[in-house]
Design a protein around this ligand. Structure first.
Ligand code: ZN
Length: 347
């Protein structure tokens, strides 16, 4: 197979919707596993708090697994920790989580974000330093993807999921005020990562399929996400889990580069829903396929995405820490197989 692009060129072209020599294997969220932690001696929780370890573990995504991107922000808690949320750091076999039973906010009036202090915090600086290390070590050949959490997700982390969702049902103005007061952190943390060397950013904002409706996305987040696409000078990859076909037409209005979509959405119906107005990336199933099945089943899902014209393939969300490496390697392998099959058919 003839390749004419570096991994970084390939990912950036796919994010723009430009032609590529082959579809890139991209991970907008974590592909860290316990096996990789052991391989390079960079275990959780330290790999979430020490830049050298964070970078070393992230680099494996390219060097050991063959993905076109690396992604050092394995969790969704770095910015929340810096904001003052209590964190359960866990051990090697578990992701750190926000202790949402101990919320730090109760009303919009409690929100007074000192952005400089938040961005100087060791847990946000760790991300910035890891990105710098990755750029230095991997050069210009690999795409580095950072991550900045959206204000809806930060609402869950700071108010607790239930109180935040109840507020969104009861009081639209109050909820919008919360989002308004949290949004600058999303922008500033993102820009800081781009200045450190990130090529693109994942922006998780968990207006998740099973928690809120597409109408909610339209009401609370569509415009805000447009603002992010304008304010942050790099391609953004929106991440929302679950069944999201009902909000994909709204997501396609945001001007973001791509939407990282879940296996609960069929590739063909998803491509129809976004109608060429935003790129898709995903959607290999985590809990069943990547975690519990084998490379053949993984490859079948990758090829279904390629056949549907999905622009970038990878796991649907942060993959389970016990995922077998051969299943993750099957993702880039499937892209190569599929591309070679097509080249042979065309020759
Ligand atoms: Zn997710």
């Amino acid at each position: 197979m003839t390749t004419t692009m570096t991994s970084r060129e390939r990912v950036l072209a796919a994010l723009r919707g430009d032609p590529v020599d082959r579809t890139p294997a991209v991970n907008p969220t974590s592909i860290a596993t316990v096996e990789l932690m052991d391989l390079v001696d960079a275990p959780f929780p330290d790999a979430n708090r020490e830049p050298e370890l964070m970078a070393r573990l992230a680099a494996c995504g390219h060097t050991e697994l063959g993905f076109d991107s690396v992604m050092p922000v394995f969790s969704i808690i770095q910015d929340s920790s810096a904001l003052g949320c209590k964190i359960q750091w866990e051990q090697k076999d578990n992701w750190p989580t926000v202790k949402m039973t101990e919320p730090i906010y109760d009303s919009p009036d409690d929100i007074d974000v000192d952005t400089d202090a938040v961005l100087d915090h060791p847990d946000t600086q760790c991300v910035v330093d890891a990105i710098k290390i990755l750029r230095r070590e991997l050069g210009e050949d690999v795409a580095i993807i950072g991550k900045t959490m959206g204000p809806w997700s930060m609402g869950y982390h700071t108010f607790g999921v239930e109180p935040f969702l109840l507020m969104s049902l009861d009081d639209q103005d109050k909820t919008k005020l919360v989002l308004e007061r949290l949004k600058q952190l999303t922008i500033d943390f993102g820009i800081m990562q781009i200045e450190a060397g990130a090529d693109a950013l994942t922006l998780p904002d968990h207006a998740t399929g099973d928690l809120v409706s597409g109408e909610y996305y339209h009401r609370y987040l569509e415009e805000l996400h447009q603002e992010f696409a304008e304010a942050i000078p790099a391609p953004l990859i929106l991440h929302i889990c679950g069944r999201t076909v009902d909000r994909m037409p709204y997501i396609a209005n945001t001007g973001m580069a791509a939407f990282h979509y879940d296996s609960k959405n069929d590739p063909v119906e998803s491509m129809e829903a976004v109608d060429g107005r935003i790129r898709l990336v995903g959607n290999v199933n985590n809990p069943e396929t990547l975690f519990a099945r084998g490379p053949d089943e993984v490859k079948a899902e990758v090829k279904a995405n390629l056949a549907a014209g999905v622009q970038m393939v990878g796991p649907e969300c942060a993959c389970p820490l016990q995922t077998p490496l051969e299943n993750l390697r099957a993702i880039p392998e499937a892209v190569l197989e599929w591309t070679e099959e097509r080249e042979r058919a065309a020759a």
